[in-house]
Design a protein around this ligand. Structure first.
Ligand SMILES: [Fe+2]
Ligand SMILES: [Fe+2]
Length: 283
């Protein structure tokens, strides 16, 4: 099997389950692309982390559904979930310890097992027990990937109108950030590979948050932030870097940076950073 692509025979017929499976297939595809293109570890590590985080979230949603439907084979299915979860976490851990130890073939095999054996083999088994139980489906579907935390835990932040601009000269990094923002419930996203184009976009349409790479071809992140601050659009600029945050912080002092994230990033870490920058009524 080549890159993971969604096919109609993977469709279970329960919308949130199918939506989750599409996200997972997309993340596995991004993982494989990054490995094949020999991407920097900060990027591949970010994709693997988002994959592991989404796997856990998806399993929790399916298990919530089993509970609501009184699915008889739940224990057996949950055991398989724990095994797959362990496999993903092990992949992430090995990558963190030694990036060279994670190979494209292994990810491709995992992808195949995931798609064919789990979705088609096991997930289809709960279909008849759960389909039509709208109440149980609604409860599981309402579980957010990211909640604002604290007293807002369990609810998706009100991010409907939030605009996020992402500036990064690596299209694979743009891709994973877009995936993370989307699963976090942010729909208003603009992406650009060019810092100059990013400033032009900002001048045309203000953004609430700008996520900007530190090292780019046409200008570095500090320069970008300086220009963005001068434009007085009110956008909060967050710098993402594979370098140590202390070094980047020193080198970008006075540029008006609202936050720093070191790659590899985690999906929840990025969403938490955004939530923390917004006024209370927006997060
Ligand atoms: Fe599933
Ligand atoms: Fe499952």
């Amino acid at each position: 099997m080549g890159h993971g692509k969604w096919t109609p025979e993977l469709e279970i017929g329960i919308p949130f389950v199918d939506a989750d499976h599409k996200v997972l297939v997309g993340l596995l595809d991004q993982t494989e692309t990054c490995i094949e293109q020999n991407e920097e570890t900060g990027l591949l590590g970010s994709v693997l982390s988002a994959l592991a985080e989404y796997v856990s979230y998806h399993f929790a949603r399916e298990e919530k559904l089993f509970e609501g439907c009184g699915y008889a084979a739940a224990d057996f299915h949950i055991k398989i979930h724990r095994d797959l979860e362990t496999e993903v976490l092990d992949l992430c851990r090995r990558f963190k310890d030694d990036p060279q130890s994670v190979e494209a073939d292994e990810v491709r095999d995992f992808l195949h097992d995931w798609l064919v054996e789990h979705i088609v083999g096991h997930d289809f088994a709960f279909r008849s027990a759960c389909i039509g139980n709208e109440e149980a489906i609604a409860v599981a579907a309402a579980m957010p990937f990211f909640s604002g935390g604290g007293d807002k835990a369990g609810t998706t932040p009100k991010w409907g109108s939030l605009r996020v601009l992402v500036v990064d000269d690596n299209p694979n990094m743009l891709n994973i950030i877009k995936t993370i923002l989307t699963i976090g419930g942010i729909g208003n996203i603009e992406l650009t590979e060019s810092a100059a184009e990013g400033l032009a976009l900002l001048a045309r349409r203000p953004a609430d948050v700008v996520l900007c790479d530190w090292v780019m071809d046409d200008m570095n992140g500090a320069e970008f932030a300086r220009h963005a601050t001068e434009m007085e659009t009110g956008a909060k600029v967050v710098l993402l870097s594979g370098h140590s945050i202390d070094v980047v912080r020193q080198r970008s002092a006075g540029a008006g940076i609202a936050g720093y994230l070191e790659k590899p990033i985690t999906a929840t870490g990025l969403l938490e950073m955004i939530a923390g920058l917004l006024p209370p009524d927006r997060s």
